[in-house]
Design a protein around this ligand. Structure first.
Ligand code: PLP
Length: 424
């Protein structure tokens, strides 16, 4: 695909305007399409709309297309598998790609324990599976999650989510006995929760994002995860790492939790697992995944086409893109920090690991108050200039481009962003 950005019509152009009108007439109003982008095709880090406008993609379809859009090796694996077997229900029968991927994921497990895999179709389903397994295995009912967390939208996952109020409003009652505590604060759990309201021996699991995603790309204190592990061990609680967004090389390691040397009991995966095809997985220590035949299942989970895409994607991530995420990630953080020095009145903190980077937009450098309206305006303007960005948290711009992004593409996007911020 040719050079991006390249904008040659009004945005949205005439074809996109028509398609968007059709979509809006017939789809759920709950979708949050802030930007009128209607994608026709995409390749690596470039996305083309129906009218032939090209955008540089710093979102990777929300941290999904880890190997870029339509990477030829993934497309080839999908084509090959699609001509052989599309579906046969992995819960009832066996298929080779599912078995291959299960064994591959168990080999990638961040720790010494033997593990097993339950396949799902999405992040929320991986979380649901972990929630059910935690109750099943421990015989306990309560769970703990963190303020700011996003774990998905189904009832169990939503009960753990504490990101934005609109995500929970009007859906009560949710799953009971879920406690939310401040992110990064183990002491609060041990010294407040466990002493005043929640008996620790009634807690089945603690769900944690090793790097909080939707909540604002927040990196916890270095000792947070090791201390959380120790607390779980002390009370027989399962530690569930939600790496739906941070997994598969995004932070420069296969899983973010590896930065902390902590082995979880359960790992929830989706998004980047198959670099664009729908798939998720819940991986658990073999000693934990002790539920009996029939206790849990899924019609589509472990779809052979998605599994082949995942195998091809993991190959690429291991071979080159994880290292690229580290290199280009460091480059982007340095460039964004330089931009911050230039515009201290608009840019607060820049933080990140690999290609999971957040930059806070603020009202002024004295109060450092989050500037949500300005953040939204910057993200919006970027689209009109051919750069796709996303917000997260209160007023953070997130950068989660495909892991194949080149330094040149990263620099091009950041230069464009600098021009936009300069104009504010
Ligand atoms: C950390 C995390 N967990 C779970 C989910 C839910 O994933 P899905 O939208 O595939 O259900 C998300 C989605 O953004 C996520 O970022």
């Amino acid at each position: 695909m040719d050079f991006a950005p390249f904008i040659h019509t009004e945005l949205p152009g005439p074809l996109a305007t028509k398609a968007i009108a059709l979509d809006r007439r017939f789809t759920s109003p709950s979708y949050t399409r802030y930007i009128p982008l209607c994608v026709k095709s995409a390749s690596m880090c470039t996305v083309e709309d129906l009218d032939g406008n090209r955008f540089l993609d710093f979102t990777a379809g929300i941290a999904v297309n880890n190997c870029g859009h339509c990477h030829p090796a993934i497309v080839e694996a999908v084509r090959d598998q699609a001509g052989k077997l599309l579906h046969m229900c992995g819960s009832d029968y066996y298929n080779q790609p599912q078995a291959d991927l299960a064994s591959r994921l168990c080999n990638l497990w961040p720790g010494p324990s033997p593990t097993r895999v339950f396949f799902t179709n999405s992040g929320a389903e991986s979380i649901e599976g972990a929630f059910k397994l935690a109750r099943y295995h421990t015989g306990r009912q309560r769970v703990i999650a963190f303020l700011g967390a996003f774990h998905g939208r189904t009832f169990g996952a939503l009960s753990l989510t504490a990101s934005r109020i609109m995500q929970r409003a009007h859906f009560a009652p949710l799953v009971p006995e879920v406690e939310h505590v401040p992110y990064g604060d183990v002491k609060y759990i041990s010294e407040q929760l466990f002493k005043r309201t929640v008996p620790p021996d009634e807690v089945a699991a603690i769900f944690v994002e090793p790097l909080q995603g939707e909540g604002g790309y927040i990196i916890p204190p270095k000792q947070f995860l090791p201390n959380l592990r120790a607390l779980c061990d002390e009370h027989g609680i399962l530690l569930v790492a939600d790496e739906v967004q941070s997994g598969f090389g995004r932070t420069g390691k296969m899983f973010c939790i590896e930065h902390y040397g902590v082995e979880p009991d359960i790992l929830c995966l989706a998004k980047g697992i198959a670099s664009g095809l729908p798939l998720g997985a819940m991986v658990a220590k073999e000693s934990v995944m002790d539920w009996k035949e029939g206790a849990h299942g899924s019609t589509f989970g472990g779809n052979p086409v998605s599994c082949r895409a995942a195998l091809a994607s993991i190959d690429l991530i291991e071979r080159e893109y994880m290292a690229n995420a580290r290199g280009v990630g460091d480059f982007m953080i340095a460039r964004l920090n330089a931009m911050r020095a230039e515009f201290p009145e608009h840019i607060g903190e820049v933080r990140g690991m690999g290609l999971m980077i957040g930059m806070d937009i603020i009202n002024d450098s004295t109060s450092m108050r989050p500037a949500r309206v300005l953040r939204d305006k910057i993200v919006d303007d970027a689209y009109y200039h051919g750069l796709l960005l996303l917000g997260c948290g209160e007023a953070t711009i997130r950068f989660c481009p495909p892991l194949c992004i080149t330094q040149d593409e990263a620099a091009r996007g950041i230069d464009l962003l600098a021009d936009i911020i300069k104009s504010k």
